[in-house]
Design a protein around this ligand. Structure first.
Ligand code: 6PG
Length: 239
């Protein structure tokens, strides 16, 4: 597990974008398969990416998937696809056929099954499972990741690539990438910022089994953490 820590969320977002671009530059003939999480943290990265790195990103060699999605229509402000579409994808001219949204308006169980099939049929396999080149994850302050919430850890050992999960705080259904795909990825990159995430980051760094995010970080093979000082717990009063 390798950590990259920066003073601010903005600096962390810049570093992560440059990290992804450099990854693609190292293999100029390769098409890269990425899965993105949603929530608020990535919005900063999407906005910076569209405004400052559009011309230096090989969009035509990227295929865009999602880690998870809220079961809402794309037009809903809660939609992870809708958010990335608005902030980034509409601004950079990546062809629609390279973008594979989870359809949050579909019946959840049906969509989890059909998205699992789509990913299995379009993402290159490695060891029998679709292997994303990079899966970008966030972490909730309750320790969830990929919409796998505490108490729903069974999803970490599911062999269904995507399953329906439930946000326990509002009952909202979600489509979530499960452990079989998370652990098949060539690289997992956590992008976590803000002082409210300091406890979950400490769990990720120290323990490994206190919640879904910590478990995934400790049981995956290639994990990178992109953190700002606040998420790392720096700048707090010494105790
Ligand atoms: C989602 C995300 C989720 C996210 C964490 C952190 O759909 O909400 O994919 O797993 O990574 O909840 O969200 P924030 O970045 O908003 O704190």
């Amino acid at each position: 597990m390798k950590s990259y820590i920066y003073h601010t969320a903005t600096e962390t977002a810049h570093a992560l974008i440059k990290h992804l671009i450099a990854m693609m530059k190292r293999e100029p003939e390769k098409t890269f398969y990425f899965a993105f999480s949603g929530g608020s943290t990535p919005s900063l990265m999407f906005d910076i990416w569209a405004n400052e790195y559009k011309s230096v990103t090989p969009w035509m060699r990227m295929r865009i998937y999602w880690v998870d999605e809220r079961c809402v229509p794309a037009e809903d402000s809660e939609s992870n696809y809708g958010n990335m579409r608005r902030l980034l994808l509409n601004e950079v001219g990546i062809p629609d056929e390279y973008v594979y949204p989870i359809y949050g308006a579909n019946p959840p169980e049906k969509e989890a099954k059909s998205y699992s099939e789509l990913v299995c049929n379009t993402v290159p396999l490695w060891g029998g499972f679709p292997a994303f080149d990079a899966v970008l994850l966030g972490a909730g302050d309750d320790g969830h990741t990929s919409s796998i919430f505490p108490g729903q850890e069974y999803l970490l050992s599911s062999f269904h690539p995507y399953e329906v999960s439930v946000n326990p705080y509002n009952g909202q259904k979600r489509i979530a990438m499960t452990g079989c795909l998370l652990f098949a990825a060539r690289k997992l990159i956590f992008f976590i910022t803000g002082k409210n995430k300091a406890d979950v980051v400490r769990d990720i760094l120290d323990s490994g089994d206190t919640g879904p995010a910590a478990y995934v970080a400790h049981h995956a093979e290639h994990v990178e953490l992109f953190l700002d000082d606040q998420a790392k717990g720096r700048g707090k009063a010494a105790i």
